[in-house]
Design a protein around this ligand. Sequence first.
Ligand code: NBP
Length: 503
Amino acid sequence: MKAELADIGLVGLGVMGQNLALNIADHGYSIAVYNRHPEKTQEFIEQCRHNEPAHERLQGHESLEAFVHGIRRPRKVVLLVKAGEATDATISELLPYLDADDILVDCGNAHWLDTIRREKALAGQGLRFIGSGISGGETGARFGPSLMPGGSLEAWTALEPIWKAIAAKVDAQTGLPLPGAVPGKPVAGGVPCTVPIGPDGAGHYVKMVHNGIEYIDMQLISEAYWLMKNLLGMEADAMARIFQEWNRGPLSSYLIEITGDILQQPDPEGEGYLVDRVLDAAGQKGTGIWTAASALELGSPANAIAEAVFARSLSALKEERLVASGLLQGPILQRETDREEWISAIHEALYCSKICAYAQGFQLMAQAQKSYGWKLDFGAIAQIWRGGCIIRAHFLQKITDAYELDPDLKNLMLDPYFRDALHQGQIRWREVVALAVRNGIPTPAFSSALAYFDGYRSAVLPANLIQAQRDYFGAHSYERTDQPRGKFFHLDWPAPGRPQAEV
Ligand code: NBP
């Protein structure tokens, strides 16, 4: 008997691919799967046979041709392979078997310019392409990720039922993530954490900014931890309790929650806590770098996000830092005794810095939409990050509210809720940064977020001098404060009649 054609196909049975395939099957869709190394496909199907209620909806294939021909037309084929060349190679291998109107859905962490290029090239061949960001790691992929699809609306309509079914769900009233699903029993009801983001590369761009925000969120939390450890002399388990407490307030988020878990984890190899044995050299895969590079290119001041990337790079210079620590002296560290007061101040510093970090991420997306001709719905983007993804947080509901209140909001810091929070927290935020500086404890994210806040709220900055210098040595011209914007002047410096500086 001929097997029924599958509703959808998936290529790439790595960590994400296996979990997303099971999520899709759990929601009642039949799915054909294929992996470059066929033994992985066999293993996956075999494992599922024993453990997964939805295994009968999985169809493993060992040839690409059989895989493609096993999917109902117009086909939907999800790619979950390594981003970059592997994605191009996989698309090229699939092409001979695909038919007009089939839809490729790339869920890898692709660079948005690659997605624009691929969409254009495939459209020329009559195929549709969706670049869909996915966040939430393997658990998200399995039980409900945040999905950020970019592509034509018409291609989205074909994918929509499946994407809405498998995405994380949040409560319509509270915006809180609904309790997780269990294998075979998906979450029923709730608002799905996916919306069409925009054309071509928009989905992957928004996913990239999500990751950039993830970098700064993690850096800010690590700075809070480091201050409590060094300035207040707190042990890991005591800090775990603080993060657990913070997780019940405005900072409540997945990253704060897992930090509480991490800090109380004993070292399985010996005495003490595991966190104290983890080497302080952070890795990175590239999306943070892309976010910072895009901010630089677009002239969007995402300095705190970039600092978070640089902080990882600096941490990775472990051997150099070890040598430098014996050669470069800093101030003598003075422990603070008023623990409660400083913990509360660090909380304020973390919250205010987080507001600035998100303001930078949304400002960057606003700049990108102008450059790439997208029309992004920022309230909806914040909404689909409330569940499933790594940066999920209660706080995101406030961002959605802010854009609902003012869809043309120029900067999140200007929204009344966030403005009040910054006004309320800034004195203690400044005290925390000053204390860290006095004691020689690096807090690049707290400090750069504060510099962003102070820069953005300054009607006048010292850039007048920079413009004068540029005009002096390069005839780059300047505008005057007493003339309309856009009118440029140049002076043959030094102006006649002005006394020469002594050399
Ligand atoms: P894994 O490393 O677990 O799996 C990678 C997959 O890519 C495997 O199926 C592998 O096939 C396949 N692949 C490679 Br590598 N090179 C290939 C090639 N030249 N042609 C065809 N297939 C190739 O990665 P993962 O964590 O599952 O990530 C998959 C994608 O999802 C990546 O783009 C990643 O950026 C993205 N992503 C990951 C996460 C996460 O938390 N892990 C989150 C969001 C997005 P093989 O088995 O034959 O080697």
